[in-house]
Design a protein around this ligand. Sequence first.
Ligand SMILES: [Zn+2]
Length: 118
Amino acid sequence: MFCPQCGKENEAGARFCGHCGAAVGEPAPEPPPAPGRPVAPGEPVRIVDLSRAGPAVSPGLKWGVIAASVVFPIVGMGMGLYYWMRAESPEKLALGKTWFFVGLGITVFYFLLGTEQY
Ligand SMILES: [Zn+2]
């Protein structure tokens, strides 16, 4: 590989001449501007597709909410009972009672909600 600037030899693959500092070797070829594909003004944008996605609440989200509503009270009651029965400290006892009654309340709430619907 000879320097096109000063004509001295350089290591193969060197990007700059070790003698004069000129760029040697194959310069990264600039990709020619792609012809025939200018950004057309007024071309429909993909964001438009999102507005056609339908209702805000998807079925997946709805089922996720239902699952969380069912799981949360059960876990809450379980955790509450666990802390309540262990009663290692007054704080945990109070926390257990709180969790238990919150879970129980949510369960009763959803039970009443369910019986009203059907
Ligand atoms: Zn050179």
